[in-house]
Design a protein around this ligand. Structure first.
Ligand code: AMP
Length: 377
């Protein structure tokens, strides 16, 4: 089978690597150059979008910010999975909140801000601190304003108004800041026949607003069940097909949805070593109408992102339970360049290995990650 992925970054590349053994070929549409290429050899140009649509048995996306005309063309072919509507929900916080309300999925109290009147309404309905998030094109903590003190109100409105005026399609979601204990996420998939499988939740740590460490959680039955129920309600509601991630804030033993990503997700990269079938293979299986693979945790596993670096100490390659994944990208500060999956036969062994890694990774680039790991292990 042949699959066209909209987006030609590391997620398309990892899908291609994961399904090669199933004789499934992936081509990727680069939204920048508007060309279709081989994600494992990006210099090999395959053709334009029309060629890619023709080639594909199924079409899917690796990210939610795909131009709507591209989505419409793909949908018209009858091959796009999930639907363009599902992809758009992930790219517009207003639609996302609407879906959460429809599914009665707990989330932070919020107000949609379009103008001064709705800004004042947000101040009335919510208490400080409030986080304002751009409805479109916001990711990794970008496009956000935090209002902590009343004295910042007029300056915040000035900035929001400027932002709203810059793009007529934009909007802002004002959200109550939640005093959460930790951030967790659930990655799972829904097959073409409605079959649902989810991986164990992961605990996520961020560095400068970007995910930097994910730890697969075992034995957290209560929140795992809560998260699975939300996943089931959301994906059934939109007849979703493929992998989807839900990010949550944990407050006590309650989960509040923060964001939905209608795609494979960075917090699911650990599944390459910690599960029989990884999120990338399962996503392609789902969109191709194939049975989903096992999503159970087969050994304790964690993932560390390599941000802004194109080398790590060579000795990591000889360490047991360590798998390094590079994305073949050129170096830029803070850029997701690769990740390291670390596994152990037991949680204790995984912790020992993570501790050793935190001693080896240079503090110049990994200080925050090393400090987090040392606090955990
Ligand atoms: P987001 O882009 O929505 O994931 O937000 C980026 C980060 O801001 C999150 O990972 C949280 O750490 C923080 N954040 C976002 N929304 C809230 C909220 N309602 N309450 C507290 N922290 C938040």
């Amino acid at each position: 089978m042949n699959v066209l992925v909209l987006g030609a970054g590391q997620l398309a590349r990892m899908m291609a690597l994961a399904v090669k053994p199933l004789n499934i070929e992936i081509r990727a549409y680069d939204v920048g150059s508007k060309q279709v290429l081989n994600p494992l050899a990006p210099e090999q140009v395959f053709g334009n979008l029309t060629d890619g649509i023709q080639y594909a048995d199924a079409i899917t996306a690796e990210f939610e910010h795909v131009a709507h005309d591209v989505l419409a063309l793909c949908e018209a072919s009858g091959k796009l999975k999930p639907t363009s509507q599902a992809i758009k929900i992930g790219g517009d916080r207003r639609l996302e909140k609407q879906l959460l309300e429809q599914c009665q999925a707990d989330n932070a109290k919020h107000v949609i801000v379009k103008d001064k009147e709705s800004f004042d309404e947000a101040l009335n309905q919510l208490s400080l601190p409030i986080i304002f998030k751009s409805a479109l094109e916001g990711y990794d903590g970008k496009g956000q304003w935090r209002l902590k003190f009343e004295s910042q109100t007029s300056q915040t409105w000035l900035e929001l108004n400027e932002f709203l005026k810059s793009n007529a399609k934009q909007g802002i979601v004002a959200e109550q800041m939640v005093p959460f204990q930790r951030e967790v996420s659930l990655v799972g998939m829904r097959g073409h026949n409605g079959e649902i499988k989810v991986y164990p939740l992961t605990e996520n740590h961020h560095t400068d607003g970007v995910l930097s460490v994910s730890l697969a959680l075992d034995n957290e039955q209560k929140i795992q069940q809560q998260a699975t129920e939300v996943f089931t309600r959301l994906t059934n509601k939109i007849d979703y097909v493929g992998t989807l991630a839900i990010e949550f804030f944990q407050v006590g033993d309650k989960l509040l949805v923060n964001e939905i990503a209608p795609r494979v997700h960075n917090s699911g990269h650990w599944t390459q070593q910690g599960a029989d079938t990884c999120q990338f293979a399962n996503h392609i299986r789902a969109v191709c109408g194939l049975p989903l693979g096992n999503t159970e945790l087969i050994r304790p596993t964690a993932m560390i992102n390599i941000l802004g670096e194109d080398t790590i100490p060579n000795q990591m390659l000889s360490m047991p339970g360590v798998a390094v994944h590079w994305y073949g990208k050129s170096k830029r500060p803070g850029r997701k360049m690769g990740h390291i999956n670390v596994s152990g036969d037991s949680q204790e062994q995984l912790n020992q290995r993570l501790s050793t890694i935190a001693d080896i990774l240079p503090d110049a680039a990994f200080a925050d990650i090393n400090a987090y790991i040392k606090g955990k292990c």
